[in-house]
Every structure is written in C-alpha cells, then in structure tokens.
Design a protein around this ligand. Structure first.
Ligand SMILES: [Zn+2]
Length: 273
C-alpha cells in the first residue's frame, strides 16, 4: 500500500533510506526544520539549511519517486538565542512562496523557557500573517505535558489561528487528548528510544481513535529510521484492522491535513477519497 511519512529529517538520512521508503510504499514526505545536533553559529547557516530543504531534498526524493515538502522555522532549542532567532525569522517570508514549503514548523518548546515562548509567539505570528499551516514540536518526557499545555493556550488565545490548520506533534499517552481537545491535529512519533514504539502507537490509536491523527517516524541523526513507521503499519494490520483503515491513517490523514495547503499534490485514496 501507499503511505506518507509526514515528519522526517531527510537531510540527516542516506539515499538508502529513500530507496527503503520507495520499496516500502512511501509516496511523499514532509520535512520540518530542526536542530542540527549542534547550535549554528549564524543566520547564514540557516539560509543554507533552508536552501538544502527547499532545493536539494526535493530533487533527491524525486529520484526515488517520492514527493518532498518542507516546513521552515528556527527550532525551540536554538530559540534560546532571541537575537539569532529574529534574524532567522527574517529570512523566512521570502521563502514561503516556494512550491515545496507547506508552512511554519516545527516550532514549539524544548525546556519551556521564557525565551523559547517569546520566539514561539513570534513564529505563530509569522504563520498567522502569511496564512501558513503550523507544525508543532512538543518537549520531551517530563516537560511534555506542561509544554503542550502552554503551546495549546498560546494558540487558542490568538483568534487568527484556526486549530484545524495546526498539528501538535510527538503526542504520547499523557498529551494525546489535550492536543486534539481544542480541534488541533495530533502527531505521533515512532521513535522507540525516546518516544513511542509501534505497539504503544497502535494501542493509542485503539484507545483514542485515529481522527485528526498523523503518524510519523521523525527520523533524524539519532537512533531512528523510516522502518519504524512501516513496522507500525504492519502492527496495525496484524491486529486485524483492514487495509482501508490503514489507508485512512497512514495515507489519507496526512493528505487531509497537508491538503489544506494548495501546494500539496497527493490525493487521498479509496472510497472516501
Ligand atoms: Zn523533528
């Protein structure tokens, strides 16, 4: 079957991963801007990074028949430097017309600090002013519940933000309900060393349902990989859910969320089209 990885950091992956995804049935990926594993020294590093995301990766993906889209921002970890963040935010408007850019992301919080919140609010404002979709990164482990609550409240207090145009990612058992309570989309990341395993992911789908949910691998330079998303799809089918149900979660839900951008070109499959 065909499916989509709605959150993967292809700049950190090899061409073998593209080949793997093509063999496994991945037809499209979306790549948010994130932390490179080290703090960048200047805004010009981000300018090059954005060129990599918007020009290099779409071509690399196309060689494997995969459509590549991206999201631009400064990530929460480097947002601690507010001056640098404002320089980077200044680079983004000129790139929002790129045919592969879906919106602003992954913005959010890391340690829930005052500076991170300031930069988060400025990037929400950027998205609102330019009518962009938003992809949200939520913090790790013990900071996740509090961070998700702060993020949700900032978004709800901005009347320009339509919740159905925001996806709150990296949800787990203690945040899944909060993320979708107010009409936002939820994302779930299969990254067993720090996030969800395929078994836990399918448990979560069975308990909370799959409406307004996108499942991803968030593969990056860490112990991760696109195969975790395939394994989740297989676990979902192994438990008796039909192929049509799998299409809905792993292909059509990303199409519904991303399809709110006129740039998204992948059509939903199956009866509900
Ligand atoms: Zn990410």
């Amino acid at each position: 079957m065909k499916y989509i990885d709605p959150h993967i950091h292809c700049v950190s992956r090899t061409t073998d991963d593209y080949l793997y995804m093509a063999r496994a049935g991945v037809v499209a990926v979306t790549e948010p801007s994130f932390w490179a594993g080290y703090d960048r020294s200047s805004a010009s590093s981000f300018a090059d990074y954005f060129r990599h995301l918007t020009e290099v990766e779409p071509k690399r993906a196309a060689r494997y028949g995969i459509q590549h889209y991206s999201w631009l921002c400064i990530n929460a970890k480097e947002a601690e430097d507010v001056g640098l963040s404002r320089e980077v935010i200044g680079l983004i408007p000129a790139l929002l017309d790129n045919p592969h850019v879906l919106g602003v992301g992954e913005i959010g919080l890391n340690k829930n600090t005052r500076n991170e919140i300031t930069v988060f609010e400025e990037q929400v404002d950027l998205a609102a002013r330019h009518d962009q979709l938003i992809l949200i990164h939520t913090p790790h482990l013990e900071d996740k519940h509090k961070g998700t609550a702060i993020i949700s409240s900032i978004l709800r207090n901005d009347p320009r933000i339509k919740p159905e145009r925001v996806l709150i990612d990296h949800c787990e058992e203690h945040t899944m309900r909060m993320a979708r309570d107010h009409g936002f989309w939820a994302g779930m990341t299969i990254y067993p060393v720090s996030k969800v395993t395929p078994q836990r992911a399918v448990d979560l789908m069975e308990v909370y349902g799959t409406k307004q949910l996108c499942v991803n691998s968030a593969s990056d330079w860490g112990e991760s990989g696109p195969q975790w998303l395939t394994d989740t799809l297989l676990e979902f089918r192994r438990r008796g859910h039909t192929e049509a149900e799998a299409d809905e979660v792993f292909h059509n839900n990303p199409c519904r969320f991303m399809g709110q951008s006129p740039k998204w070109k992948v059509e939903a499959v199956g009866a509900d089209g």
